[in-house]
Design a binder for this molecule. Structure first.
Ligand code: ADP
Ligand code: MG
Length: 339
């Protein structure tokens, strides 16, 4: 008899985890933007070259990291955001798995520069494929900059699987939209190959939606506001005549996190019943606030799917709130015995 089981070395475990967390450059964009938000940044800059194949860099003016934390941030399961399993049920941060930086550093060349406000000097770390190449004291502004180059340099199959720059940039832009919409109180700039794609100041939600989707959007927005014990809704739906053949303007944010929910989407469709032409889809930009105890975010590494304790109640509240808003704008059919 011989024993054959071995514990995988960290760099191998990281590379495996990276397969789940980092599918494409847009995944890096999402993770870095979320870290900047969790660091309480008020200004975030996203710099991308060649659709992220050459560079993804995120610069924030958030709280930065100490020397020790800067190094630890690349360890797997190293996080400042939760301490115990119970914390998973009162999350108010985007991150909590402590996996993103470790995963990204396992499959790319990463340079981190960071400084806390109380320090004169910061730290710079270079890490390639989980191997730390250098760590130095650095002159750098308060906040954090993370540059990710040569993504998938050690996984040729993944690198070859990347789509054209147009497609990858589309994915990045989608992630950027989701994050920027969820945080109108943060200023964002987004540069691709040196040109300025977005530059949005701190603003209110209507202004942010209009900034991202164009001035014409303004006239189509119908406000939706509702507050019950279990759910607070705020945001906009598009007037039915502005519905689209694509689902490109459908956004749910739950506690400021973009999520996909076919079930809640159905509630919106139900509220629009009789108002849309066949194969047209309503636009919506809706923020849902629920008690973190009533949701489970930890079902998938990218956290775009969540589980609600009481989906049926949320569905009913959402449908009726949207219906009510459409009705107020004299959009709903006149006779409505449903409410
Ligand atoms: P998670 O976000 O799940 O905690 P990450 O691997 O994304 O895991 O980050 C690890 C830790 O590094 C974070 O918990 C945080 O303490 C620190 N960190 C990462 N990015 C930043 C940033 N931009 N500013 C300040 N701290 C950061
Ligand atoms: Mg994170």
């Amino acid at each position: 008899m011989s024993d054959i089981i071995q514990l995988l070395p960290d760099h191998v475990a990281n590379q495996i985890a990276a397969g789940e967390v980092v599918q494409r450059p847009a995944s890096v964009v999402k993770e870095l933007l979320e870290n900047a938000i969790d660091a309480d940044a008020t200004e975030i800059k996203l710099i991308v070259k060649d659709a992220g194949k050459t560079l993804v860099q995120v610069i924030d003016n958030g709280k930065g990291m100490s020397v020790t934390d800067a190094r630890l941030s690349f360890e797997r399961h190293a996080t400042s955001k939760i301490k115990a399993a119970e914390d998973l049920f009162r999350l108010n941060t985007k991150g909590f798995r402590g996996e993103a930086l470790a995963s990204i550093a396992a499959i790319a060349h990463v340079e981190l520069k960071t400084k806390q406000a109380e320090d004169d000097l910061g730290t710079s770390i270079e890490i390639e494929g989980s191997v730390v190449k250098s760590q130095e004291v650095a002159v750098t502004p308060t906040g954090t900059s993370v540059s990710v180059k040569h993504l998938f340099f050690n996984i040729p199959a993944r690198r070859n699987f990347l789509k054209s720059d147009t497609v990858e940039l589309r994915h990045i832009t989608d992630e950027f939209h989701r994050v920027a919409l969820a945080h109108p109180n943060i200023a964002f700039a987004f540069y691709h190959n040196g040109s300025d794609l977005f530059n949005v100041p701190q603003e209110n939600y209507r202004q942010r939606v209009v900034h991202i989707f164009g001035t014409k959007t303004n006239e189509k927005l119908v406000p939706v506001e509702e507050e019950t014990e279990v759910l607070k809704i705020s945001g906009f739906v598009g007037k039915p005549e502005f519905s689209k053949k694509t689902k490109s303007e459908q956004f749910f944010f739950v506690n400021n996190r973009f999520i996909k929910s076919p079930y809640l989407n159905h509630a919106i469709n139900a509220a629009f019943e009789g108002l849309l032409k066949d194969s047209y889809h309503p636009s919506y930009f809706l923020n849902l606030t629920v008690d973190p105890k009533t949701i489970d975010i930890n079902i998938h590494p990218t956290k775009t799917e969540i589980k609600f304790d009481d989906e049926h109640t949320l569905y009913a509240i959402l449908r009726s709130a949207v219906k009510h808003s459409l009705g107020q704008f004299n959009i709903a059919p006149v006779l409505d015995f449903d409410q």
